[in-house]
Design a protein around this ligand. Structure first.
Ligand SMILES: [Zn+2]
Length: 418
């Protein structure tokens, strides 16, 4: 069987035929195969300006396009592009079905690299297929662009808005997820976490689709609250359970650290040493040793312990069914916490009080938004940004996130190369 037979089977182009196939380099180190492509006799070239066929004006020097390697041998297509004498656009270079514009990588090869870049890091992908990091990045970027242009944004009913720390220091990204039961994916990434940032999402998403949103989930970050109230006022705005737990844990951590230092300064027994995770974890997730430590701790009248009990007590809030009773519970909890004289916890209570209505929306949306969705997507996102600490630019991080979390569609070919 000849190589041409295989190519015609796996990657056939209308109006083009495969010509001679030769070795490109005789050096044992960088073997490469050159596949010549010819336009079918009498076929018309397609104008890249308007997409209509036109007469051939002239032919340019042959160009090379990198294709999927075969047995670790590089494969190139060589084709002399024609220029079209187009009635509406003038003289334009033709469109070819295997590559876009000035790209030197074929679409198939880019899709191939992008698919591997989902399983391996970009660097590993480059090493595995004897190519460069830039080419892998370029391929993923192309796949993402294609996917974004072809994705279906109709029927998005629930979205979640969140901020994530990016790089070192206080640099943030704003991410918007679709959190419907049947479809969970990343819809959008933007730099910073300002009003402007989230406004950009709604501009991309469009007025009509925003007006169809039923639920919006977010944390208590003020710019988000403002934009959501303005752009999706009809949707039920729910404060995310996972973020409230985060705020509480932060408060407990602060109380514990301060108290531990105070005990040490007074020369007392360092009961709070190694207690951090006992107080932050849910009791059902504790290890046997942490359980012993916790029951030991609970005998002391410490601020950290009292904060812990307040947090654990708050879990009860989520078990309510009716918003009214949940509200009564919330008010009581806040009152008790305000009397506790523990400043970080009081801060949490004040915050919850001022967002009372949005918190109670949780019960109005019950059954539609599951608490774990945002947390799960966030964990995946962190894994991607951690894996990709090599991304120094926002563009690279953005592309990587869409690629791994966007659930983007892919172009379909008759043959799958990986
Ligand atoms: Zn044209």
């Amino acid at each position: 069987m000849q190589l041409k037979t295989i190519l015609n089977r796996v990657q056939k182009f209308k109006s083009f035929v495969y010509g001679d196939i030769v070795w490109l380099d005789s050096g044992q180190e960088n073997l490469a195969i050159l596949v010549q492509i010819l336009a079918r006799a009498n076929s018309k070239a397609i104008c890249s300006g308007c997409g209509s066929p036109g007469c051939c004006y002239d032919t340019l020097a042959p160009r090379m396009f990198e294709f999927v390697p075969l047995w670790n041998i590089a494969v190139y297509f060589a084709y002399a592009m024609r220029r079209v004498d187009c009635r509406s656009c003038g003289v334009r270079v033709e469109i070819v079905p295997w590559a876009d514009g000035k790209n030197t990588l074929t679409r198939t090869y880019m899709q191939f690299l992008a698919a591997w870049a989902r399983k391996l890091s970009w660097k590993e992908t480059a090493t595995a297929f004897c190519t460069t990091w830039e080419k892998v990045f370029h391929s993923v970027e192309w796949a993402v662009q294609w996917g974004l242009a072809h994705r279906d944004l109709s029927n998005v009913q629930s979205i979640g808005v969140d901020e994530v720390l990016w790089q070192r220091g206080h640099k943030y990204l704003t991410v918007v997820y679709q959190i419907d039961t049947e479809c969970k994916r990343l819809l959008w990434v933007g730099k910073d976490r300002t009003i402007k940032t989230l406004m950009r999402f709604f501009r991309m998403f469009g007025k009509e689709r925003s007006a169809q949103l039923l639920f919006v989930c977010s944390d208590m970050w003020k710019p988000y609250l403002l934009v959501i109230a303005k752009k999706a006022s009809q949707a039920i705005h729910v404060l995310d359970r996972f973020h409230i737990a985060m705020h509480m844990n932060k408060a407990i951590d602060e109380v514990r650290a301060k108290e531990a230092r105070a005990l040490k300064a007074k020369g007392m027994f360092p009961i709070l040493t190694h207690s951090r995770w006992c107080l932050l974890k849910r009791p059902e997730n504790l290890t046997p040793n942490q359980e012993i430590k916790l029951s030991d701790l609970l005998r002391y009248n410490l601020k950290a312990v009292r904060s812990y009990l307040l947090k654990e007590d708050f879990q009860f809030f989520w078990t309510y069914v009716r918003p009214y009773y949940a509200g009564v519970f919330l008010d009581r909890w806040c009152k008790r916490t305000m009397l506790s004289k523990i400043e970080p916890m009081k801060k949490v209570a004040r915050m919850l009080r001022s967002h009372r209505e949005l918190l109670l929306n949780w019960f109005r949306a019950k059954g539609t938004i599951s608490s774990g969705v945002m947390e799960g997507l966030n964990n995946k996102l962190k894994l991607t940004t951690r894996k990709s600490y090599g991304f120094r630019t926002f563009r690279a991080a953005e592309v990587a996130l869409y690629h791994t979390l966007g659930a983007l569609p892919e172009p379909e070919w008759t043959h799958r190369f990986c």
